[in-house]
Design a protein around this ligand. Structure first.
Ligand code: UD1
Ligand code: CA
Length: 456
């Protein structure tokens, strides 16, 4: 069975009150529609077509995924019309699954269930019972319980409005039959639209039995219409991810104050304190401890690392048992070996730091290679930029850099060298030798402190 997926994403999303098309608003850092596309791929769809609206050219540009068919629906004439626009892309498919770009969290398990039912049936709907069904199309069943049609809220009688089983909009249909049903749709209804939902009554009139399946959870079929709903789905999603992590052996001190926007691969007995944000692809080895208020983005952190409070770590690699923070900033292309210590107000960029080296206070290390067991004193600055070009600094094994030193790159401090505090190093410092540059200290006995002028 070849499965085709049509994702409807032409809605303007006026209630978002945004210049950005609704389906591009991020959920857990990814556009809403990207979640839906990812689910369609999980289902093993042979073809995925996304229907986007007039003025929504930004959608294909931003999503920029390969192997997608983009179909423009220039006028929004209804869900039936929207699916109809995509049907030429579905010509080689056996079954068509209709999904919505603004319903991001339908699980592949729920959809698999729907698709499996559809292997035996020509039309299967995903429906859900809601205590407050207002706004949704209602599922009307015959006396024997079989589905007979869907009636939209605006077209429903008082009796129909009292029905609690609603249409989620998601359905699977036989491709050839769906083609025929869509051709027979009309717009003779309260909204003057071609309703996809009308295919149900048409199928039933043809003597076809229409089945319904239910999602495992209500949130799976919730759509995003405004930013309040977006925030509530974000919370639901974060809670699901947090639960999954905790069940896999990660301690989250407060799952409500943990956010993952991307994917986290965590070892055993990882402990994450409150207000930690993980973005992109992050790996945390066994026994990693992350204290409160830290952001980690696209980084690999080996076992036993302790990240103290308030760090920002991006595109970095941290070796085993290193200690980072509090208040450290590791910028892209930072590679720390094992047992490196990076302390407060230290910024490191595009640098390699070898085993056991310490950079503990108020320091900028940029474009630098630091050997083993180096001690970089407080307030050290690598002057890596002359206003036009960047240059590298190399510090050999066992070197000691005295506090408040400027290393003017390109420059090399050889292994075992000691740099006296307050030096400006512009030429290479020889190995196992004290090098310093220092202005002469002076005292002025005749000098007096200025005093405040008194007003006349
Ligand atoms: C639709 C269903 C309703 C169901 C509800 C679930 C129809 C007629 N009604 O109603 O039974 O309970 O969804 O949320 O299908 N879209 C297009 N092009 C169009 C029209 C819509 O791409 O011409 C897209 C929208 O972007 C949206 C989705 O289809 O993502 C649903 O459209 P919307 O107008 O919101 O349908 P509802 O009135 O909510
Ligand atoms: Ca509508």
């Amino acid at each position: 069975m070849k499965l085709g997926v049509v994702i409807l994403a032409a809605g303007q999303g006026t209630r978002m009150k945004s210049a950005l098309p609704k389906v591009l608003h991020p959920l857990a850092g990814r556009p809403l529609v990207a979640h839906v596309i990812a689910t369609a791929r999980e289902l093993g769809a042979a073809k995925i077509a996304v229907v986007y609206g007039h003025g929504g050219e930004q959608v294909p540009i931003e999503v920029a995924e390969s192997e997608l068919a983009w179909v423009e629906q220039s006028e929004q004439l209804g869900t039936g019309h929207a699916v109809g626009q995509a049907m030429q892309e579905m010509q080689e498919m056996d079954r068509v699954l209709v999904l919505y770009g603004d319903v991001p969290l339908t699980s592949s398990e729920t959809l698999d269930k729907l698709i499996n039912t559809a292997n035996k049936m020509d039309l299967v709907l995903l429906t859900v019972n809601l205590t407050n069904p207002s706004g949704y199309g209602r599922i009307v069943r015959k006396a024997d319980g079989r589905v007979s049609r869907i009636v939209e809220q605006k077209d429903a009688s008082a009796e129909e409005l009292a029905l609690n089983e609603v249409n989620t909009g998601i359905l699977v249909a036989d491709r050839i039959r769906l083609d025929g049903w869509i051709e027979r749709l009309d717009s003779d209804n309260a909204q003057g639209e071609f309703y996809l939902t009308d295919i149900v009554a048409i199928a039933v009139a043809d003597g076809i039995e229409v089945q319904a399946a239910q999602p495992s959870n209500e949130s799976e079929v919730m759509g995003v219409n405004d930013r309040v709903e977006l925030a509530s789905l974000e919370r639901y999603y974060q809670q699901m991810q947090a639960e999954r992590l905790m069940r896999s052996g990660v301690t989250l001190l407060d799952p409500a104050r943990f956010d993952l926007r991307g994917s986290l691969n965590a070892g055993q007995d990882v402990v994450i304190d409150i207000n930690v944000l993980i973005e992109g692809t992050v790996e945390l080895g066994d026994n990693v401890r992350v204290d409160a208020n830290t952001v980690i983005r696209n980084s690999r952190i080996a076992e036993g690392v302790w990240i103290k409070e308030n760090c920002v770590i991006e595109d970095a690699v941290i070796g085993k048992e290193s200690i980072i923070g509090p208040f450290s900033r590791l910028r892209p292309e930072t590679e720390l070996a094992e047992r490196v210590h990076v302390g407060n107000f230290v910024e490191i960029k595009k640098s390699i730091v070898d085993v056991g080296s310490k950079i503990n206070h108020l320091t900028y290390i940029g474009d630098c290679t630091i050997g083993r067991t180096v001690n970089v004193g407080a307030g050290t600055i690598t002057c890596n930029y002359d206003g036009a070009n960047k240059f590298r600094t190399v510090i050999g094994d066992g070197a000691f850099i005295g506090s408040a030193t400027q290393l003017v790159a390109p420059v090399e401090v050889k292994s075992g060298a000691t740099i006296g505090a307050g030096s400006t190093i512009t030429r290479d410092a020889p190995p196992d030798t004290l090098t310093l540059s220092r202005a002469k200290q002076m005292s002025f006995r005749s000098w007096t402190r200025p005093t405040k002028k008194t007003k006349e």
